[in-house]
Design a protein around this ligand. Structure first.
Ligand code: G1P
Ligand code: ZN
Length: 556
């Protein structure tokens, strides 16, 4: 078992996006592709382990005292990739490697393991809610000491390393039985196969009143949880069915599959169609919920009722004091810029700060580490708190169950109560997928050019109060991130936001976010309130003219 230095040719496309490096699975299956990226991560992490910046020195003993965590969402290529990473990690001299049994760890569980076991970092194998399979998507994300995705300074360092990489270190064989918990020693490295459910479940027991939740289920409450054949199936079975006593069958699509059963494991009204049907039928369960492939996103439904992610965040903020982990109150809240402003109004009422960050969970990490914010969320079905440094799907479901117990009300009643108190943000996201990247770029560039002269004019008859390309200065480390999305504020509290996706693997994706505010919510459906805003967006961006698209590919 002596490390071998293998010469390699650098790949030029290994720049991590909104959430790690995501590519077609076959790209990752090319010889050297994963190896190069992982070696680049280690080269950057070595500086971190030694308490300095990125190091170019040979591995030496830098990782001798360090722990690395490895696991993924179980998609196609997860096992093979895990085996490759273990060999590189041993060769690079890690003292300890923790790997989830079967190569499995949900994204939030990865964050929990890193934090609870004082690891240097972790590699998560996932392309989140993107489909899996040999012709679908794969991905890898590096999480740092605080349990969260590596900040941009680190991901840019990894990208720089990857472009100049000449060799990687590996060993010939790492004989580890991934399906048996326990230690294996290879040279100076201990590889420990751990129960992927344990740390996460304990953390949930610490935050929530499990006794009260058990009471809810013994009282006959009915939950339908759709794991979408992703990684949360086993977590949900353990927590809802085994510990909280929900009846068997509460978890549907609970067996993790390499291709997620051929579906997009994306918990929204389109892709979680079975759950949506179930929740629309007579006699629907009191709560319907779903998580994505790697377990960090969530969808919340009541009987015949959809809770938008923006409302879900706002309601959790409003009601958080009923949960033991948050009974002392919230320090602050944060949302990504495109996310609805519903939570801002709750923060104002609670007299706590509300931070507005660029898209991507990594921006919340600094705020939470500095104790500035407790709760955060994104419109893309992501909600979480400072218990971890990732968004957390099952945690959000436990929050909702706790709220239902404490209020003794149904999902719709709780949300309508929120609207009565704060008014309602009608909200939709329209995705235009598979675009020609050049056309998408030139559309954004054209709108950017118009921004300075937009204020004071009107779009589809609505006055423009403010127009900008969002830029963010991190209040903790002062880092700035520019060009984070076009934001136009219209009269009456309406907003139009447009940006290009940073997670797509094919062509470009334009995301258009529409928000209309009503202080006195009537029975109006979102579509009717938002139609004039959609027309205003057509005026501004010109999706028909510039992208040749009459309508969005997906509306959530
Ligand atoms: C999308 C979402 C964003 C989320 C990210 C990772 O990124 O919009 O909120 O953090 O996936 O789950 P995008 O493709 O828009 O860059
Ligand atoms: Zn995800």
């Amino acid at each position: 078992m002596s490390p071998r230095e293998v010469p390699t040719t650098a790949f030029t496309d290994q720049r991590p996006g909104t959430s790690g490096l995501r590519k077609k699975t076959r790209v990752f299956m090319q010889p050297g592709y994963l190896e190069n990226f992982v070696q680049s991560v280690f080269n950057v992490a070595r500086g971190d382990a030694a308490g300095a910046g990125p190091a170019r020195t040979p591995p030496g003993d830098a990782f001798r005292a360090a722990t690395l965590v490895v696991g993924g969402d179980g998609r196609y290529h997860n096992r093979e990739a895990t085996a490759i990473i273990l060999k590189l990690a041993v060769a690079n001299g890690f003292g300890r490697i923790l790997v989830g049994k079967g190569g499995i760890l949900s994204t939030p569980a990865m964050s929990a393991v890193i934090r609870r076991r004082g690891a240097l970092g972790g590699l998560v194998l996932t392309a989140s809610h993107n489909p899996g399979g040999p012709d679908a998507d794969f991905g890898i994300k590096y999480n740092v000491k605080n349990g969260g995705p590596a900040p941009e300074s680190v991901t840019e360092g990894i990208y720089r390393e990857s472009r100049g990489l000449r060799s990687y270190l590996t060993i010939d064989r790492a004989e580890v039985d991934l399906d048996r918990e326990g230690p294996t020693r290879i040279g100076a490295t201990e590889i420990l196969v751990i129960d992927p459910l344990a740390d996460y479940t304990t953390l949930m027991e610490e935050l929530f009143d499990f006794r009260a939740l058990r009471g809810l289920f013994t009282g006959g409450f009915h939950l339908a949880f759709d794991a979408m054949h992703g990684v949360t199936g086993p977590y949900a079975r353990r927590i809802f069915e085994e510990i909280l006593g929900a009846p068997e069958g509460t978890v549907i699509h609970g067996v993790p599959l390499e291709d997620f059963g051929g579906h997009h494991p994306d918990p929204n009204l389109t892709h979680a169609a079975d759950l949506v049907l179930l929740m629309a039928a007579p006699g629907a369960p009191g709560l319907g919920a779903a998580c994505d492939g790697d377990g960090d996103r969530n969808l919340i439904l009541g009987p015949g009722f959809f809770v938008t992610p923006g409302d879900s965040l706002a309601v959790i903020a409003e009601q958080a004091a009923c949960i033991p982990g948050y009974s002392k109150g919230l320090r602050g809240v944060a949302r990504s810029m495109p996310t609805s402003t519903a939570v801002d109004r709750v923060a104002a009422a609670l007299k706590i700060p509300c931070y507005e960050t660029p898209t991507g969970w990594k921006f919340f990490g600094n705020l939470m580490d500095a104790g500035l914010c407790t709760l955060c969320g994104e419109e893309s079905f992501g909600t979480g708190s400072d218990h971890l440094r990732e968004k957390d799907g099952l945690w959000a479901v436990l929050c909702w169950l706790s709220i239902l117990v404490s209020r003794g009300e149904g999902v719709e009643q709780v949300v309508r109560g929120h609207w009565r108190r704060f008014g309602r943000s009608y909200y939709q996201r329209h995705d235009y997928e598979g675009l020609d990247p050049a056309a998408a770029d030139s559309m954004i560039a054209a709108v950017r050019g118009r921004l300075p002269s937009l204020q004071g004019t009107s779009l589809n008859g609505m006055a423009v109060l403010h127009a900008e390309d969002f830029s963010y200065t991190d209040p903790v480390d002062g880092a700035t991130s520019g060009r984070q999305g076009i934001r136009v504020l219209l009269e009456g509290g309406s907003r139009l936001v447009g940006r290009l996706s940073g997670t797509g693997t094919e062509g470009a994706i334009f995301r258009l976010y529409l928000e209309g505010y009503r202080r006195e919510p009537d029975a109006a459906v979102a579509g009717a309130v938002l139609a004039p805003l959609e027309a205003a967006a057509e005026d501004l961006f010109g999706m028909r003219r510039r992208l040749g698209r009459d309508r969005a590919t997906l509306v959530t």
